[in-house]
Design a protein around this ligand. Structure first.
Ligand code: HEC
Length: 164
């Protein structure tokens, strides 16, 4: 029994050396969402505080990112989040893909589904919680970025039988 405990402890300690690398991409102001879309100060602040930890190339890492396996779990969230919507590269996303991201952003705000609930576990990130009014404001912001090109693309894909 004691031996099993030591082995477990050894595994936990060794695991601490196996960490995902931190994302810290250089900011290209020409491509960053806030720089490109120039929202008012409140929207810019909300995006930075409530979204950029997962949807940008400059997440702020808390101390517990040093702990394996917590860091892998967080890293997964960041990678998955950025596949869907990346504020850092907003300016380089073109055409209907950008409209699609804006539409998703609007819908997530309407459903109040972001930030993901895990972000708030154990009372963390209280400052990132959004009020009803803030969700509406962010929804209107994402809507203002839309040009409708995704709807046209979607209709084309439907007509071509590519999607239902
Ligand atoms: C703690 C990490 C985290 C934070 C903070 C966060 N998100 Fe996300 N977001 C995710 C993850 C993970 C996914 C992908 C899985 C999913 O859709 O739940 C995602 C997906 C999305 C998507 C794509 C949804 C789709 O239908 O494809 C959008 C848009 C989005 N988030 C917007 C936002 C906005 C806007 C904010 C800030 C108000 C925000 N997120 C804050 C983790 C986060």
């Amino acid at each position: 029994m004691k031996k099993a405990l030591y082995i477990l402890l050894a595994i936990i300690i060794i695991a601490q050396f196996i960490r995902p690398s931190r994302i810290a991409e250089p900011v290209d102001p020409a491509m960053d969402m806030i720089a490109v879309t120039k929202p008012d100060a409140e929207v810019a602040q909300m995006l930075r505080t409530s979204c950029y930890d997962c949807h940008s190339g400059q997440p702020r890492y808390p101390w517990y990112f040093a702990i394996t396996p917590v860091n892998w779990w967080m890293n997964d969230h960041i990678e998955e989040a950025r596949e869907h919507f990346d504020a850092t590269t907003w300016g380089s996303v073109e055409g209907y893909a950008r409209d699609h991201q804006a539409k998703d952003g609007m819908e997530e705000m309407d459903k109040k589904e972001m930030p993901i609930s895990e972000y708030f576990y154990l009372g963390r990130h209280a400052e990132a919680k959004l009020t009803e009014a803030q969700y509406s404001k962010l929804s209107a912001y994402f809507e203002s970025l839309r040009d409708g090109s995704w709807d046209i693309e979607k209709a084309r894909r439907k007509a071509a039988g590519e999607i239902k």
